[in-house]
Design a protein. Structure first.
Length: 147
């Protein structure tokens, strides 16, 4: 019997469920609950000071140096990397055969990029929904009847 993993994630929480593939209305068992409250914090709470300042290349004007990503975006990327590591390790350890990603739309693409090529091949479906706070049965309702 094949094992299925279902990952329900948003920027601050990722829950991983396991179930048996091929069973009609297979029951999902939660096996991991990852939380990252830093992704919820405001940028001002994640930084200690203002961005640096620099002079224009011509003249005496000065301006702030813009950061390419905000501190909050950086925290989200760190969390997505952590989720990807857990999923990749699960695949390498033979803990699942098929993978369903149920994630907030703004997170789904990032999560897919965090998976190594062999793990990405195991993706059976992607659902663009933020359901990480729902019950296992509530999350199961978004998946096909037969996993």
């Amino acid at each position: 019997m094949e094992t299925v993993w279902v990952v329900a994630a948003n920027a601050t929480r990722a829950r991983i469920f396991s179930g048996e593939a091929g069973r009609l209305s297979a029951v999902l068992e939660e096996i991991e609950d990852l939380v990252h409250p830093e992704s919820r914090m405001h940028d001002r709470d994640l930084t200690s000071d203002l961005p640096g300042r620099t002079y224009e290349s011509y003249g005496a004007a000065r301006h702030a140096i813009e950061e390419p990503t905000t501190p909050r975006q950086h925290e989200v990327e760190r969390f997505v990397g952590r989720i990807g590591d857990v999923i990749n390790r699960g695949r390498r350890d033979g803990r699942f055969d098929k993978l369903y990603l149920v994630a907030a739309p703004e997170l789904l693409g990032r999560l897919r990029k965090a998976l190594d090529p062999e793990t990405a091949k195991r993706i059976a479906d992607e659902i663009r929904k933020n359901v990480s706070s729902e019950s296992a049965d509530g999350i199961r309702a978004y998946l096909p009847d037969r996993l």
